[in-house]
Design a protein around this ligand. Sequence first.
Ligand code: ZN
Length: 96
Amino acid sequence: MTYRHLELTCPVCGYKIDSASYAGAPDRDNHVPPVDDDQSVCLACSSINVFTLRGTALRLPTADERAEFARNPEIQRVVQALITAKDRSDSWPRAK
Ligand SMILES: [Zn+2]
């Protein structure tokens, strides 16, 4: 369920991200790397970022993308699950 990729930096908090899980996309082949415009939810700060530069970097979403993410129940489910898990854990990853 997890794809390991080059270490990327969360543009919001600076946390180093080296993997992606295709939550909400059960048919996605986990051996295929993320592509541009795929979303990434940061484990440390729960921000939603977007893959760019052929999946080798993360960028902040545009205003339109942020609005789209806010309306997407699958994305909101993932974000809420991460926030809940983070709140219950004493050893959750933190931004560097
Ligand atoms: Zn972050």
